[in-house]
Write a protein that binds this ligand. Sequence first.
Ligand code: SF4
Ligand code: SF4
Length: 174
Amino acid sequence: MKSSGSRAAIPKRVAALPRHPAQAKAEPNSPPCHECAALCCQYYALEIDAPEDAEDFETLTWYLIHGNSWLWVDDGEWFLQVDQPCRFLDANNACTIYSERPSICREYGLPDDEAHPDDPLCDYFAQDVEHDLEFREPREIRAYRDDFLRKRAKEKKRRSEAAKRGWRKRRAEA
Ligand code: SF4
Ligand code: SF4
């Protein structure tokens, strides 16, 4: 098994593993799995650290050279998604280990906030929602990297020059 051994490779939290089988009957405050093609069973996504340097971007590029892997960012939080159906999903989009499915499968799609039980929470309701940023090809993350590192170098230079000016001013006033 390959391993990047980098900080960015360590998942911080699971973002959206599937939790409900498509054949589950609708229950109050539960997602409409009975009329869904098991959208949430078709992939998994893990939160990763936001890239900070060139090495981090190399790791992200490594993710993207693998098939069916892509990155997305919402509210500054970065996620690695792998579009790969669960091995226990059958041809009818039914879960074949329903009674033993992982807890993350059981909990997904259920309202977090009892005061707002109708809030759309699962993929069934969010199919058309776009992420703030999406990267599907290595060239896309490299272009973002170049821009990110260029801006950061510029900001670093600006801060350094401001600090020098402040130091000279204080010395002149001493
Ligand atoms: S995406 Fe939502 S409705 Fe579809 S199977 Fe998953 S939890 Fe159920
Ligand atoms: S274990 Fe069942 S509910 Fe969980 S992802 Fe697989 S098919 Fe879906």
